[in-house]
Design a binder for this molecule. Structure first.
Ligand code: FAD
Ligand code: SF4
Length: 481
C-alpha cells in the first residue's frame, strides 16, 4: 500500500492544464506535465484495497494499486514495467481515456477517487524522458506472416504484440499516415501527434512494417492478402457517421464533424490542402449537434479557429452533478462532465432536438431550427417528446453533425464476405475469429465506435488468439474475451 493514511491526508487534485488564455492561442496539448510532490501525493491516496475494483473498471486490467505504490516510493522504472505489462500505449490512455477505472475506485464510494489516469500519464512520460522505452524486437522469428488492416490503437496494439511474439507483421492503412483516429480524428490539443510518432518509431524499430495509402478492398485485394499471409486482423474502425436526414441537410455549411476535424488535423500535419473557407469556423456562428466527445473536439477546434459564437446541442437532459440512485458505484458515473474545450467557452444546450436547417436564400445555411424535448414515461418506458410551442431558431453559418458513428465501412468486409452483426459490425467468435477462417477482428470494427482503451485491450486479446491459432499455444496475455 502506498501510504497508510494517504487517502485521509490528501484530497484529489486535477491534472494541471495550461491557462485558457494561453492555450487558445495555439494547438498544443492543453495538459501540462505533472510530477513532484503533488503527483506523489495523488499516488499516495491509493488504499490498495483488498479487492481493487479499478482492475475491473479498466478494460486492460491495468495493475493500478501496484504502480500507485511504486510511484509513491519513487520506483519509477518498476512502475513503467508494471504498466507496460498490461498496456502497450499508456501515453494514449493517460492522455485520452475517460478513466472508467476511476468510476470503479473504492475510494470513490464516499470520497473523490484516486487520480489514476494522471499517475498513469506521469509514469509513461517519465519513462520516455529517462530513455526506458526502448524497442524490444523478438528474439526469434516464427516465419508466420500476419496482415493487419487499419492502424488505429487496436491494429497497433495487435501489431506490437504479434511482432514481439516473432511473427512478420504488415500493417495496411488507407490514409497517408499511420494512427487511425489518433492521427486524424483526435485534435492536437488533446494529444499532440509527436506523442503518437515517438511510439510508432518504437514499433518500426521492432520490425513492424507499415504500408500507407493501402486501402484494402480498393487498391489492395483482400483475397491476395489471404493468399500471402497466414492470418489477417481486421481493425479498420467504425467510421461511417450517423447522419441527420432533415430538411436543409444538403445546404452549404452543414458538415459531418469528422470532415471538419480531419481537415484541421491534416493542416497541422503540414499537408497542403486547398483553401476551404466553408470548413473554417473563423468569425462564424457555429452549431454543433451532438453533446459527446466528438462534439467537444469540434468545440475546442472552433475556439482555436476564432468562431464568433458556438452552441453545442444535446438531445438528452443535462446529467446530474453526482450519481443518481439508479447509477451506483462501481458503475460508470453518468454525471455532468466538463472537458477542456468546455472550460474554454461556448454554450451547451440540453434537451433539444433539431428540426431543420434553414436556407439563407443562396443555398447556404443561415439558422438551425430546434425544439425543446422532455423525457416522459410512455407505456412503461421513458420517451423523448417535443414540448409544443418551444421551437426556435439558432443563427448558424456552420453546422457540425457529431452524433456518433453507425458502423464500419464496407468494401473490404463485403469482398472478404465476413458475417456482420445486426448493427453492421463485424461478427466474431470468442477467439476473435470472424466467420472466415484465419480472418480475425478487433477494436471498433467489431465493437462499434468506442474507446481507445477498449481498442488496445481488444488488439492485445486478438493478438493472443492469432498467436494461438498459428502456433498451437501462446504466451501473449489476453485482457478481454
Ligand atoms: C473525434 C473523435 C474523438 C475521440 N476521442 C476519444 C477520446 O478522447 N478518448 C477515447 O478513448 N476515445 C476517443 N474516440 C474514440 C476512439 O478514437 C476510437 O474508439 C478508437 O480510435 C478505435 O480504434 P480502432 O483501432 O478500432 O479504429 P480507428 O482508430 O478508427 O482506426 C482504424 C483505421 O483503419 C483504417 N482503415 C479502415 N478501413 C481500411 C481499409 N479497408 N484498408 C486500410 N485501412 C483501413 C482507417 O483509415 C483508420 O486509420 C474518439 C473518436 C472520435 C471520432
Ligand atoms: S487505461 Fe483508462 S481505465 Fe485503464 S487505468 Fe488508464 S485511465 Fe484507467
Amino acid at each position: 500500500m502506498a501510504k497508510t493514511s494517504g487517502f485521509m491526508e490528501f484530497g484529489r487534485e486535477k491534472q494541471p492544464y495550461r491557462p485558457v488564455d494561453e492555450r487558445l492561442l495555439d494547438w498544443s496539448q492543453v495538459m501540462q506535465p505533472w510530477e513532484g510532490k503533488a503527483l506523489n501525493q495523488q499516488a499516495a491516496r491509493c488504499m490498495d484495497c483488498g479487492i481493487p475494483f479499478c482492475h475491473q473498471g479498466c478494460p486492460l486490467g491495468n495493475l493500478i494499486p501496484d504502480w500507485n505504490d511504486l510511484v509513491y516510493r519513487e520506483r519509477w522504472q518498476e512502475a513503467i514495467d508494471r504498466l507496460h505489462a498490461t498496456n502497450n500505449f499508456p501515453e494514449f490512455t493517460g492522455s485520452l481515456c475517460p478513466a472508467p477505472c476511476e468510476g470503479a475506485c473504492v475510494l470513490g464510494i464516499n470520497d473523490n477517487p484516486v487520480a489514476i489516469k494522471a499517475v498513469e500519464l506521469a509514469i509513461i512520460e517519465r519513462a520516455f524522458v529517462e530513455g526506458w522505452v526502448k524497442p524490444r524486437p523478438p528474439s526469434h522469428e516464427t516465419g508466420k506472416k500476419i496482415a493487419i488492416v487499419g492502424s488505429g490503437p487496436a491494429g497497433l496494439a495487435a501489431a506490437q504484440q504479434l511482432r514481439r511474439a516473432g511473427h512478420t507483421v504488415s500493417v495496411f492503412e488507407r490514409d497517408e499516415r499511420i494512427g487511425g483516429l489518433l492521427r486524424y480524428g483526435i485534435p492536437e490539443f488533446k494529444m499532440e501527434k509527436n506523442v503518437l510518432d515517438r511510439r510508432l518509431q518504437q514499433l518500426a524499430a521492432e520490425g513492424v512494417q507499415f504500408h500507407c495509402a493501402a486501402n484494402v478492398g480498393v487498391n489492395v485485394d483482400p483475397s491476395q492478402l489471404q493468399r500471402d499471409f497466414d492470418a489477417i486482423l481486421l481493425a479498420g474502425g467504425a467510421t461511417t457517421p450517423r447522419d441527420l436526414a432533415l430538411p436543409g441537410r444538403n445546404l452549404r455549411g452543414v458538415h459531418f464533424a469528422m470532415d471538419y476535424l480531419t481537415r484541421q488535423n491534416r493542416r497541422l500535419e503540414g499537408e497542403q490542402l486547398a483553401e476551404e473557407p466553408e470548413f473554417s469556423a473563423t468569425g462564424k456562428q457555429v452549431v454543433i449537434i451532438g453533446g459527446g466527445d466528438t462534439g467537444a473536439d469540434c468545440l475546442g477546434t472552433a475556439h482555436r479557429q476564432r468562431a464568433k459564437h458556438i452552441e453545442q446541442l444535446e438531445i438528452l437532459p443535462r446529467p446530474p452533478g453526482t450519481r443518481s440512485d439508479d447509477n451506483p458505484w462501481p458503475e460508470w458515473p453518468r454525471v455532468y462532465r466538463t472537458s477542456s474545450a468546455h472550460e474554454e467557452g461556448g454554450e451547451r444546450v440540453y434537451a433539444v432536438s433539431t428540426k431543420r436547417f434553414i436556407d439563407d436564400g443562396t443555398g447556404k445555411v443561415r439558422a438551425v431550427e430546434i425544439v425543446e424535448v422532455a423525457l416522459n414515461p410512455v407505456g412503461g418506458r421513458m420517451v423523448l417528446e417535443e414540448i409544443p410551442g418551444s421551437a426556435r431558431e439558432l443563427p448558424c453559418d456552420l453546422a457540425l453533425l457529431a452524433m456518433g458513428f453507425v458502423a464500419p465501412e464496407r468494401p473490404a468486409l463485403d469482398q472478404l464476405a465476413v458475417k456482420l452483426t445486426e448493427r453492421g459490425n463485424v461478427w466474431r467468435d470468442p477467439s476473435w475469429m470472424t466467420s472466415v477462417r484465419g480472418v480475425f477482428a478487433a477494436g471498433d470494427m467489431q465493437r462499434g465506435q468506442s474507446l481507445i482503451v477498449w481498442a488496445i485491450a481488444e488488439g492485445r486479446a486478438a493478438a493472443a488468439s492469432i498467436d494461438r491459432y498459428l502456433m498451437g499455444q501462446t504466451d501473449l496475455p489476453s485482457p478481454v474475451a
